[in-house]
Design a protein around this ligand. Structure first.
Ligand code: URA
Length: 240
């Protein structure tokens, strides 16, 4: 692949901009500065650096973020920070998008990608990728509420009935459950529908990909195994 094309695909700006970087001697491959505009970049040796910063060629990007509270999933955040503030311009130039949304006050596993097919595979209503949430509730969780959540509740302006699986009270005011759709404020509305209220919400798992050691505010690129797990194509839970 022509070096300038590779740089362009990785978010380093326009073709002209990438040519200029090469001409300026900003780009190194295996420790050697490359100024030849005709240089062919070998994607099987994906490391390169720009102005001394190391990068790796990635055809598509798949990221897991442990989302902190007070961050919105929109590009133009109004009252809080945007999750996109956590990523540099090079990544943003690639058209990074959130895979579904978490509310501003929800913490936990948020996936981001520039791969439209991956985004569709995880968010299409027919795919029903399970998502595990843990929450603190305003009132103690009752057996009746658990039963109602398992049997399904109706939500205003939605046609479907929304049922959760693996509903478990972790303590008096702490609940864990798995949902299989992804409509606006779904978990909070489901809890309101059974007469309780979510005080704080955390997403622990998407598909078979489970948050384990990633600290709040940190993000990592997903491995192929983790990508399959997120799509729910894995036999077992994979941690991140
Ligand atoms: N359900 C909600 O109510 N909020 C979220 O952020 C995610 C699921």
């Amino acid at each position: 692949m022509l070096l300038e094309k590779m740089l362009q695909s990785q978010g380093f700006g326009s073709r002209k901009n990438c040519q200029q970087l090469i001409k300026n001697g900003a780009v190194s491959i295996q420790g050697e500065i490359v100024t030849d505009l005709k240089h062919k970049f070998d994607i099987h040796q994906p490391e390169f650096s720009v102005y001394g910063t190391e990068f790796q060629y990635r055809e598509k990007i798949y990221i897991a973020l442990n989302k902190p509270s007070n961050y919105e999933c929109s590009h133009q955040a109004t009252h809080h920070f945007s999750v996109f503030d956590l990523f540099d311009d090079v990544l943003m130039n690639r058209g990074l998008q959130c895979v579904g949304r978490l509310d501003q006050d929800t913490t936990g596993l948020l996936l981001l990608t520039d791969d439209g097919q991956f985004l569709q595979a995880l968010t299409h209503p027919k795919k029903h990728v399970p998502k595990v949430y843990q929450m603190q509730t305003a009132a103690p969780v009752t057996a009746e509420q658990i039963l109602q959540l398992q049997q399904g509740v109706e939500l205003r302006n939605e046609k479907d009935v929304f049922a959760a699986t693996d509903v478990e009270a972790l303590s008096q005011n702490e609940l864990k459950m798995t949902v299989h759709q992804g409509v606006y404020h779904q978990v909070k509305r489901m809890l309101a529908a059974v007469g309780n209220k979510v005080e704080s919400l955390h997403r622990a798992q998407v598909g078979q990909l489970q948050l384990s050691s990633l600290a709040e505010g940190e993000w990592v690129y997903l491995s192929d195994e983790q990508i399959s797990a997120a799509k729910n194509l894995s036999e077992k839970i994979v941690g991140i």
